[in-house]
Design a protein around this ligand. Structure first.
Ligand code: AMP
Ligand code: MG
Length: 332
C-alpha cells in the first residue's frame, strides 16, 4: 500500500486515522513515550497485522491505549492502588496491568490469551484520536522487531516502509522512552518494566514501595516472563499427523489428519488458509480446545512463513514443559 504521511495539525488527520482504524488498518501514532503502531484492539485480524508489520517472531501481549478512565473501566477492574496511580499519572507514561472483565471486547490476540490487560492513557493527539474512535487501540512501538523504538515519524518511514496505512507526524516524542509498566495486586505495586515514569515518582505519589525484580537478569526477562503467556493445561502436540477420538484437533486450511474425522472436536484456525485470520483465532481456539475435555490438543503443521512463525512459536511454547524454553523478552 502507498505510504501516506500527514501532520497531526491537518484538519483531516483525526478523521483519516479513524477511517483507517475502523477498516482494520494500521496507523502510526505519535505519543509522548514513543511512536506507536496502532490497530483497533477489539479486531483480531487488525491486531494480527501489527505482528506481521513488525515481523515479530512471537506474540506477546500489547498495551491497550484508552482516552479516559471510564473507557478503561469498561474492560478492566481497578483496585484502589491502580485507581490512585491512574489518577496521579494519567494521561502519561504509566501502563497498568489489570484483570480483564469477563465480557471484555478486547480481542484475545491483543492480550495474548491472558486474563490481564496492560492499559495506558496517553495525552495529546493520541488521546483525542482514541476518544474520537470510541474504543481502545493496541499499539506497541512502531519499529521492526529487533530495531529501536521510533521517536520521530521519519524513523518509522525508513523502518516500516509500506507496511502501514497511515503515518501521523506529531514531531519528536516528548519523552522518547517506553512507558513504565506496573502490576498492582493486593495493595502491592510490582515493576514489570522501567520506563518514562520513575519509580521514585510512583513511590512519592502513593506512599508505597514499588517491588522490583530480585536481580538484573530477572528484570530483563520480566515483561516476557512465562506468567505473562497463556498456555493450555491440556497436553498439546504440534505438527500432529494422527489423532484419536479423545483428542481435539486444531487444523488450518481444512487439512485433515489420520483419525481427525473421529476426534472429539475439530477447530480450524482459518478455513481459507489465511495466516492473519489464524493468528486472530489462535488463543480462542486453544482455550476452546482446553475446555473441551479432550485428552490432548493435536495441532496440524502450520506453514512457517509470515505470521506462521509467531503462531509456531506460541504453539511450541504451549507444547513444551514450561522449564524447557527460555523466555527472555526480545527487544522489539
Ligand atoms: P510494547 O511492545 O511496548 O507494547 O510492550 C508491551 C510490554 O508489556 C511487553 O513487554 C509485554 O510483555 C508487557 N505486557 C503487556 N500486557 C501484559 C500483561 N497482561 N501482563 C504482563 N505483561 C504485559
Ligand atoms: Mg519497542
Amino acid at each position: 500500500m502507498r505510504l501516506h504521511t500527514i501532520n497531526i495539525e491537518e484538519k483531516t488527520a483525526l478523521e483519516d486515522a479513524c477511517a483507517v482504524l475502523t477498516h482494520g488498518g494500521l496507523v502510526v501514532l505519535p505519543t509522548e513515550t514513543v511512536y506507536g503502531l496502532a490497530a483497533d484492539a477489539t479486531n483480531g485480524e487488525a491486531v494480527a497485522k501489527i505482528f506481521e508489520a513488525k515481523g515479530r517472531p512471537s506474540f506477546n501481549p500489547l498495551i491497550c491505549h484508552v482516552s479516559s478512565l471510564e473507557m478503561a473501566r469498561q474492560y478492566v477492574v481497578f483496585d484502589d492502588t491502580a485507581l490512585s496511580l491512574a489518577n496521579a499519572f494519567w494521561p502519561g507514561p504509566l501502563t497498568l496491568v489489570l484483570p480483564i472483565k469477563p465480557d471484555s471486547k478486547i480481542h484475545s490476540l491483543t492480550r495474548a490469551g491472558l486474563d490481564t490487560l496492560a492499559v495506558r492513557m496517553p495525552g495529546g493527539f493520541a488521546r483525542d484520536l482514541i476518544e474520537h474512535f470510541g474504543r481502545p487501540v493496541a499499539a506497541p512501538s512502531a519499529n521492526r522487531s529487533g530495531g529501536i523504538s521510533a521517536t520521530r515519524a521519519n524513523h518509522v518511514q525508513s523502518d516500516l516502509g509500506d507496511r502501514v496505512d497511515l503515518v501521523l507526524d506529531g514531531g519528536p516524542a516528548s519523552i522518547g522512552l517506553e512507558s513504565t509498566i506496573v502490576k498492582t495486586r493486593n495493595g502491592d505495586i510490582e515493576l514489570l518494566r522501567p520506563g518514562g515514569l520513575s519509580v521514585d515518582d510512583i513511590e512519592r505519589a502513593t506512599g508505597m514501595t514499588v517491588r522490583r525484580q530480585q536481580n538484573a537478569s530477572a528484570a530483563i526477562e520480566a515483561p516476557g516472563m512465562m506468567t505473562s503467556h497463556y498456555a493450555p493445561r491440556t497436553p498439546l502436540v504440534i505438527n500432529a499427523t494422527t489423532a484419536t477420538p479423545d483428542d481435539c484437533v486444531i487444523t488450518f486450511a481444512g487439512k485433515r489428519i489420520t483419525g481427525s474425522d473421529e476426534s472429539l472436536l475439530i477447530l480450524d484456525l482459518s478455513e481459507r488458509g489465511d495466516l492473519g485470520e489464524a493468528a486472530a483465532n489462535l488463543f480462542d481456539h486453544m482455550k476452546t480446545a482446553d475446555a473441551s475435555g479432550a485428552e490432548r490438543i493435536c495441532v496440524v503443521p502450520i506453514p512457517i512463513k509470515g505470521l506462521g512463525e509467531a503462531i509456531n512459536d506460541r504453539l511450541t511454547r504451549a507444547a513444551a514443559p514450561k522449564t524447557e524454553i527460555g523466555d527472555a523478552d526480545r527487544h522489539d
